[in-house]
Design a protein around this ligand. Structure first.
Ligand code: ZN
Length: 301
């Protein structure tokens, strides 16, 4: 009875898997607003394709999986390393002496870290960034990426310093690194923006090799973040383009891997703050970030 049953299973799996994979490709290339829940549809792949004889049929069906490792190669970000950097630290404010220490960023010296901003009601940027990064990590891990955080809940009491945040991405050999923030601009200033590394070759900073790939990453990030959240590019800088290059951020000056910052919204604007404090919106933000990284790593920018 088991041989019969597994024969049926193999047929079903063989029929379903190409559909799932094709479905992901369609999602990947045509994804638009409202398609936020679709990435999870790839989740059944690992458990299903691991079921013995079905694997061989899967390999034959899509032609991409290596014999014996269909699961890993079926995931779109298999083999990719992503470093996510939650801006600030929830307990930075208890360590002002430590975070005010100046560190070398090539173009000058800057504070090791800053406390970040907060909404008028007191929701801290450092709590926001950790929450969004956790959500993005889950999405990227499900797509096969190896995800490393620069710090996490229960980690260091302050920082890491901005130079260390860059170093973590560099030493991980990250294929992409993203620093997540929310802005503290005036009420009425709304929307998100992506910060790209300017071309800097000064002191210990040399971004020349990563300016172009970082721009591709940032461009993909802008498009997917807008699609996932429905947010518009910031109305208060960069001419409304949502993309700005800066040479005054240690986390960008010192990176040797493709990296961008995303300022997800303005915590000091009541309308943006309503979104930033909404867990469902933060899930959309994480999806936008994960989709931007995914598009970049798959060369679809
Ligand atoms: Zn920040």
């Amino acid at each position: 009875m088991f041989s019969n049953k597994s024969g049926v299973l193999a047929i079903v799996v063989a029929a379903l898997l190409p559909t799932c994979f094709a479905g992901w490709l369609v999602w990947d290339s045509l994804r638009g607003p409202g398609a936020g829940g679709e990435p999870q549809r790839v989740l059944p792949l690992p458990s299903v394709s691991a079921s013995g004889s079905a694997s061989a049929r899967t390999d034959d069906a899509n032609g991409t999986a290596a014999a014996g490792t269909p699961t890993a190669s079926a995931l779109p970000l298999a083999g990719k390393v992503v470093v996510l950097d939650p801006g600030h630290n929830p307990t930075d404010h208890e360590h002002t002496a430590e975070i005010n220490r100046l560190v070398d960023i090539g173009t000058g010296r800057k504070a090791c870290d800053t406390t970040g901003t907060a909404t008028k009601a007191g929701y801290a940027e450092a709590a926001f960034t950790l929450d969004v990064v956790h959500r993005a990590r889950a999405l990227l891990t499900a797509r096969g990426a190896t995800v490393k955080l620069t710090h996490d809940t229960g980690g260091p009491a302050f920082g890491p310093c901005i130079d260390e945040r860059a170093r973590i991405g560099n030493e991980a050999g990250a294929d992409a690194a993203v620093s997540v923030h929310a802005d503290g601009s005036a009420a009425g200033d709304r929307g998100f923006h992506v910060i790209l590394p300017a071309s800097v070759h000064q002191g210990i900073a040399d971004t020349r090799a990563i300016v172009a790939p970082s721009r591709r990453l940032g461009t993909a990030m802008k498009r997917h973040f807008a699609d996932a959240t429905g947010s518009a590019p910031a109305n208060y800088l960069a001419g409304g383009t949502g993309l700005i290059s800066r040479s005054d951020l240690g986390g960008l000056n010192l990176t040797t891997v493709p990296k961008v910052f995303i300022e997800c919204g303005n915590m000091r604007d009541p309308n943006d703050a309503a979104e930033l404090t909404d867990p469902a919106w933060r899930q959309s933000a994480a999806e936008g970030i994960a989709d931007g990284i995914t598009a970049f790593l798959r060369g679809k920018t």
